[in-house]
Design a protein around this ligand. Structure first.
Ligand code: DC
Length: 226
């Protein structure tokens, strides 16, 4: 085992700033960013495309053997491939968010993706974000963070993100707030590898922090190369 390889695990609910922080850390530290949510989103998208329901576990389990999800890095930016097709641009809708949350509760989906995620961190240093990274995927991570923010702050961020991409489709702030609350409840209430703070994870509340302040708040705990 290479002693210079390390991992940073970042968990938390949606809109808390996990991916912004994880990306910022990867850039500052020159390591690879792995967005595990994108992998669940790809499977959610496949179920939708095949006309199945993400609530229908037997259907979801049935498509797994013929489904491949992989990550590729182009100029340091992660791209997600579903059965060889780059679906990075298609997985950021609210519909796919909800489908991803539903398929992620199916244990067979998790076993498949967690194995891939563990492999990605075997030979290279990574900052990986998700819901179960510090607890199940990389429990031996050198650094673990649980990033959170108030429900209002998280919804505002997500609202602006969807608005900026023209993907609100008439959804109101309150509707989004409810949808996010439902998704968080499902992600933390499922039996298999739920969203949960690892006991040794450092809690970071980004409610009143800017992007740079959030990255700095995490960076001050990271001591590498010294
Ligand atoms: O981080 P995200 O919003 O892109 O994730 C989409 C969904 O995938 C989220 O609602 C829960 C699920 N997910 C998970 O269960 N475990 C992970 N490690 C990452 C995401």
């Amino acid at each position: 085992m290479n002693e210079s390889i390390y991992s940073i695990a970042i968990d938390g609910p949606s809109g808390a700033g996990k991916s912004t922080i994880a990306k910022g850390l990867a850039k500052r530290l020159g390591i690879v960013y792995v967005d595990t949510g994108a992998m669940y989103r790809a499977i959610g998208l496949k179920v939708m495309r095949m006309g199945g329901s993400p609530d229908d576990s037997p259907f979801v389990i049935g498509i797994l053997p013929s489904t491949s999800v992989s990550l590729g890095f182009v100029d340091g930016i992660q791209h997600v491939f579903l059965d060889g097709e780059d679906v990075s641009g298609l997985i950021r809708t609210q519909e796919v968010s909800n489908a991803a949350s539903k398929v992620s509760a199916v244990p067979e989906v998790r076993y498949k993706l967690v194995e891939l995620q563990k492999k990605l961190a075997e030979d290279t240093s990574v900052t990986m974000d998700g819901r179960d990274i510090g607890t199940y995927v990389l429990p031996g991570s050198k650094y673990k963070f649980f990033v959170t923010a108030s429900p209002d702050a998280r919804t505002i961020r997500r609202y602006r993100e969807l608005e900026g991409k023209g993907r609100l489709f008439g959804m109101t702030f309150n509707e989004l707030l409810l949808e996010m609350a439902e998704r968080d409840k499902r992600d933390s209430g499922r039996d298999c590898m739920p969203l949960k703070k690892a006991p040794d994870a450092i809690l970071i509340d980004t409610t009143y922090l800017s992007v740079e302040e959030s990255i700095d708040a995490v960076m001050k705990y990271i001591k590498v190369g010294g």
